[in-house]
Design a protein around this ligand. Structure first.
Ligand SMILES: [Zn+2]
Length: 248
């Protein structure tokens, strides 16, 4: 690491659990962030400030006035521009050492398979079940750790599916495909800082996984009721009959 990098990341390097070695692992990590909205914004900001090697930011939408209440990557003057490139501009201003690859189309199953295969950690910051399930399938196939987040109204949840491990459940073990609530999240109200709390929690889990430190959320679904500010978690087990990972 250069002197500038040692300074920039000094507050990480000072942590015994991270140190120079852990920071170097972060500097080599490739993060795939699906969705540059309410969850993807804070997640990508912390991944960039923490100095990962690459962030691939995937979003097919353009910045809209209704996004700015919570999607903090974007600005009033970038309304109308693709969210992925707006996000790239925001992240470059924080840390130009991080390579940001904007993907300005909604990724289909084939595109996701390509993107997932080269990622160190995958963050699901999307707002629809079709993308969530397609991304989960790609992560099961390529055995990649998936950090899943969701936020709606005042309710948030985070889970880690570390599909490098045989015993790990996948997203579909918990939420079977075809439950029929698609596009729900895209059109409902959401408390602005809730997306910050959940997206930041996703960044924390992704950075821990990439640095190889601590204990991840694997096997637990963490839920937040922001209206009463109460957290709770439930254990999540692999479903042997899961249509996605059952035959693994
Ligand atoms: Zn499964």
């Amino acid at each position: 690491m250069t002197d500038q990098e040692l300074l920039r990341y000094s507050r990480h390097i000072l942590l015994n659990e991270i140190g120079v070695e852990g920071q170097q692992r972060l500097r080599q990590a490739s993060m795939l962030v699906i969705g540059a909205g309410g969850l993807g914004s804070p997640a990508a900001f912390y991944l960039a400030s923490a100095g990962v090697a690459r962030i691939t930011l995937v979003d097919g939408d353009r910045v809209d006035l209704t996004n700015l209440q919570r999607q903090i990557l974007h600005t009033t003057e970038r309304i109308g521009t693709p969210k992925a490139t707006s996000g790239q501009a925001a992240l470059a201003a924080i840390n130009a050492d991080v390579q940001v690859v904007p993907v300005t189309q909604r990724a289909d199953q084939d595109a996701l398979a390509d993107l997932v295969s080269t990622a160190t950690v995958v963050l699901d910051c999307s707002d629809n079940f079709a993308t969530r399930h397609a991304l989960n399938r790609a992560c099961v196939t390529h055995r990649k750790p998936l950090v899943s987040g969701a936020a709606i109204r005042f309710d948030g949840q985070v889970a880690v599916f570390d599909l490098r491990h045989d015993a790990s459940p996948c997203y579909a073990c918990l939420f079977p495909p075809g439950d029929g609530e698609d596009e729900l999240c895209a059109v409902m109200g959401v408390f602005a800082p809730l997306t910050g709390i959940i997206g930041t929690t996703q960044a924390a889990e992704a950075l821990k996984l990439a640095a190889g430190i601590g204990e991840s959320l694997e096997g637990r679904l963490l839920m937040l009721d922001a209206l009463s500010m109460r957290w709770h978690s439930v254990r999540v087990k692999r479903d042997p009959a899961c249509p996605v990972c059952g035959g693994r």
